[in-house]
Every structure is written in C-alpha cells, then in structure tokens.
Design a protein around this ligand. Structure first.
Ligand code: CA
Length: 236
C-alpha cells in the first residue's frame, strides 16, 4: 500500500510541482491549501506524513503544527521561505520533525521523507501488520525496541522505567537530529500524569547516569542549548 503524504501549500505552482514529483516517487498525495482543509484532511484520511508550508492564508503554520501534534504523531516536515534560525527552532519546538527552507533540493526532501517514514511506519504482509525488528547498537550498548531491553557493554540488562526507555528510544531512532523537549514529551507523555519540559530534563539526567561513562560530560545524549537533545553516538 502506498504511503500518503499531505501537502499543505497555498502556492498552487509549488503545490503542483511538489505533487508531481512525489507522485513519481511512488507516494499517494492529498492536497490542502489552507489550515482548515489540512485539519479536515488529517481527521478524515490516513495520512503518513505532512509537508507543511508555514505561510498560509488563514493560519500560521506553527499553530497548525501544534494542533496536529496535539492530536496525532504524524511526522511533519515544515517547508518555508523564511530563513530565520528562530523559525527553525520554533518549528521543532511545536513538534515538527524536520524543517526545510525554500528553495529546497527535491532529492534531499525525498531522503528526509523516507527517513521519517522509515522510523514511524509499519510494513504490511498480507492481513497482518508487523513492525520491523528494531535493535540498535551504540558504544557497545544494545537497545532492543521490540524486547524492551537495554544491554550494557558487560552484557547485563540495565533496568529502565517505561518513560526512560521511551525517551531513549525516541533519541536513538533519530540519531544526530536535534529533538525538542516538546517532541520528546510526546514520546513519553503517556507515562506521565502532568508532563512538563522539566520531566524531559529529569529523565535525560537519569538515563545519562545509566549509560554515559561520565554523566557530567555526556557523549551519547548531548544537550543542544535552547533547543533540546540529540543522540550523538554512532549507531553500528
Ligand atoms: Ca505560502
């Protein structure tokens, strides 16, 4: 089954070019030109990923990204003509997964789309839907997302709470990408009564004590000031 992308863009020319390109790449496409259409589409169709223009006529793209994130985990790539660094941070803060500035290289966009879909989608075999076995190796550690285990370099299983596990899983699935506290909260929020950004800092600190050689000078989960956290170890 084809994966469906929703293109939210009020510039018909850009929308048409993007749609033609993505159709050729084998995706199914839905189109919206306003925030209202976009939300209607998200509620009525099975959308796998949203390409969101920030400059829409009726509503700011950042507000829309936040509204989508409040109701689902659909990956969002923000596309914008704005060059500012603060816009990029703002987009990641409200839960967008990635950000590209226009004009962008279509091939790079495809790569980013496939990267996001790869870590969020499931493959279908017949009538059953199976998740890929997901085992990650870093710094001689092993994290098995299916078995819910974290194994240290001495081959012992290290106990993780569900929230700690989900947070580390979110980081490890997006190596070398800055993830905002808002995004990380999404990953663990089902485990918390009243999730706050502070919770993420506390969880990160607890995880660092378990997996970092020197938790005061972390090398696996690094802090990106004013932005969030990043999984910085090599996966092998
Ligand atoms: Ca626009």
């Amino acid at each position: 089954m084809k994966q469906r992308l929703l293109i939210v863009e009020d510039d018909e020319m850009v929308q048409a070019l993007l749609a033609a390109y993505l159709l050729r790449e084998g995706f199914a496409i839905s189109l919206a030109t306003t925030g209202k259409e976009m939300l209607a589409c998200v509620d009525s169709e099975k959308i796998d990923l949203i390409l969101l223009d920030l400059g829409l006529p009726d509503e700011d793209g950042l507000t829309l990204a936040r509204q989508v994130r409040a109701r689902s985990h659909i990956p969002i790539i923000v596309l914008t003509a704005r060059q500012g660094k603060s816009d990029r941070l703002a987009a990641l803060e409200v839960g967008a997964d990635d950000y590209m500035t226009k004009p962008f290289d279509p091939e790079e966009l495809i790569l980013r789309i496939r990267n996001l879909l790869g870590r969020t989608t499931q493959t279908e075999t017949g009538e059953h839907t199976v998740t890929r076995a997901e085992i990650y190796h870093f710094n001689s550690w092993q994290m098995d997302l299916t078995a819910h285990t974290v194994i240290n370099p001495e081959r012992s299983q290290v106990p993780f709470t569900r929230a700690e596990f989900n947070l580390l899983a979110a980081l490890v699935k997006a190596p070398n990408r800055v993830l905002s506290r808002a995004y990380l909260l999404d990953a663990v929020s089902q485990d918390a009564d009243s999730p706050t950004d502070r919770l993420i800092d506390v969880l990160v600190s607890r995880i660092r004590k378990k997996i970092e050689t020197n938790p005061r000078r972390p090398e696996i989960i690094t802090t990106v000031l004013g932005c969030g956290y990043k999984f910085s170890a090599d996966l092998n």
